[in-house]
Design a protein around this ligand. Structure first.
Ligand code: HEC
Length: 463
């Protein structure tokens, strides 16, 4: 019996095409066939069968809904319009058979009402089967943005370190993960293992083996065990053929279950160890996070420097790391940098571009041991004594564009371990460098403002 109902339910997507056919035929007869051709006589017959077919669709739909455990929230609109279409068909049939109380409404209005109701039913039904973005998904991204239809959040999870007080555990962390890796098989329509993961209610309902989370024994949770099974195990989730959860994602879900799988708590309220979240911070903020724990800088010193024209801001909210720029203080000289000495450990991003500094600044810069990004562009810096920065453990980028940087100082930078890029456009070094003399593994380090290709042996051949 159960199987029979299952089968009847599954016939729904097939059966629905019958009323669609009858109704469309009826609409054509109403709108396109000239009067007095006898078409009116066929109409009651068409809408009789349209009514029967609609009722059949409605019933199979209800059976499918009950058999497959869809949630009412997901099917509501489809159901309401399906019922409306069925009722309209029946009423129109009754009218055609001569019911006087429906006389006033002309057939074309019935036609339009049926048309709208039918399209809405089909649309919401389609969304159910194929996902809400079924129709809009193929549109170009620009058009989607213009229409206000955002793409589904299948991008990797990102956590904003500045919004831990506002980010909810389920909506902002767990759901995006499930969306990306699980929902394709566990959604309103496709419920593998009788489990849907596209919204909180269905997550909480669990699958055919019940709830996903065991708050008392998190390690025994269905969710925990399924994601931890060896990938070769048939029950491992997601299945072997699909994109797997990363180690960081597993650690995150595990930590969440470990603190009782809170749903409506924020990341700040129900905290897990910071490293677990850090893996999901946007890349730039992620690598700057290590500067969260610096000693707090003196507010008076900062205030004084700001009064003199330096721009000083925390790297990010609540961080003691600083970004400092002299962009509004062109008269800044080697002497002025001494005023920054007491902030030495806090300075992470420093912009001294377009100032009067010379190589004498390096003596002070040597004490700025947390520097990541240093801008010395449009200055008289030649790079003499630049080697004092070599011990800086985080220095990634130095901008020397349009400075006086000399070619003989280039090799000093070869031994900087953490350095990723040095910008040297429009410098004496860029003009004089014999590019073929650069060590092969350093070519990527320097940006001379033009594509620098390694010399090929064939370059010298004259054809
Ligand atoms: C390619 C389709 C597919 C993807 C993707 C997928 N699953 Fe499944 N899932 C299944 C199938 C099929 C079953 C039923 C068979 C079984 O129990 O292994 C299932 C069953 C489950 C069950 C057991 C439900 C129960 O009550 O028995 C859990 C839990 C589960 N999946 C979690 C997940 C999680 C979490 C993800 C994402 C990380 C995921 N699945 C991704 C196909 C998938």
């Amino acid at each position: 019996m159960q199987n029979l109902f299952d089968l009847i339910g599954r016939l729904h997507p097939l059966v629905v095409h019958l009323p669609i056919g009858f109704i469309l035929l009826g609409l054509l007869l109403i709108h396109y066939v000239p009067k007095n051709t006898g078409a009116e006589k066929v109409l009651p017959y068409v809408f009789f069968w349209a009514s029967i077919a609609s009722v059949a669709s409605f019933l199979t739909g209800i059976i499918q809904y009950l058999q497959e455990g869809l949630s009412l929230d997901d099917v509501r609109l489809h159901l309401v319009f399906g019922l409306l279409t069925t009722l309209l068909c029946m009423l129109f049939y009754i009218k055609l058979k001569g019911a006087t109380w429906l006389e006033k409404i002309a057939p074309r209005w019935w036609g339009w009402a049926l048309f709208v109701s039918l399209v809405a039913t089909g649309h919401f039904g389609g969304n159910l089967t194929h996902g809400e973005d079924h129709l809009t998904e193929p549109l170009p991204t620009a058009l989607k943005t213009a229409l206000g239809i955002s793409s589904p959040p299948d991008a990797p999870l990102l956590i904003d370190p500045e919004k831990l007080e506002a980010s909810m555990w389920f909506d902002d962390v767990v759901q995006p993960l499930l969306q990306q890796k699980c929902v394709s098989c566990h959604n309103a329509e496709k419920q593998k293992g009788k489990l849907a993961l596209h919204r909180l209610e269905s997550f909480q309902k669990g699958g055919k083996n019940g709830a996903l989370i065991d708050v008392e024994n998190p390690e025994k949770s269905l969710l925990w065990t399924r994601i931890h099974l060896p990938i070769t195990d048939k029950k491992h989730m997601p299945p072997k053929s699909k994109t797997q959860l990363s180690a960081e994602e597993i650690a995150l879900l595990q930590a969440w279950m470990g603190i009782g799988a809170p749903v409506a708590k924020t990341l700040a309220e129900a905290a897990v160890s910071p490293e677990i979240l850090q893996a999901f911070y946007p890349p730039t903020q992620n690598h700057l996070m290590r500067f969260a724990e610096l000693p707090s800088p003196s507010a008076t010193v900062i205030q004084n420097l700001q009064n003199q024209g330096l721009l000083i801001a925390p790297l990010f909210k609540n961080s003691n790391g600083l970004k400092i720029s002299a962009i509004n203080w062109n008269a800044f000289t080697d002497k002025d940098i001494n005023a920054l000495a007491s902030l030495a450990k806090n300075i992470v991003l420093l912009d001294l571009g377009n100032t009067q500094i010379t190589d004498a600044v390096f003596e002070t810069l040597q004490t700025f041991e947390n520097l990541v990004d240093l801008k010395l562009d449009h200055t008289l810096v030649k790079g003499n004594s630049m080697e004092v920065l070599e011990q800086h453990a985080y220095l990634e980028s130095i901008n020397l564009v349009s400075s006086a940087f000399a070619v003989e100082n280039l090799s000093k930078l070869y031994s900087f371990q953490t350095l990723e890029k040095v910008f040297l456009w429009d410098t004496p070094a860029a003009k004089e460098i014999e590019k073929s003399n650069l060590p092969q593994d350093k070519i990527q380090l320097f940006d001379f403002g033009e594509e620098l290709l390694p010399k090929l042996p064939s370059d010298g051949i004259v054809y």
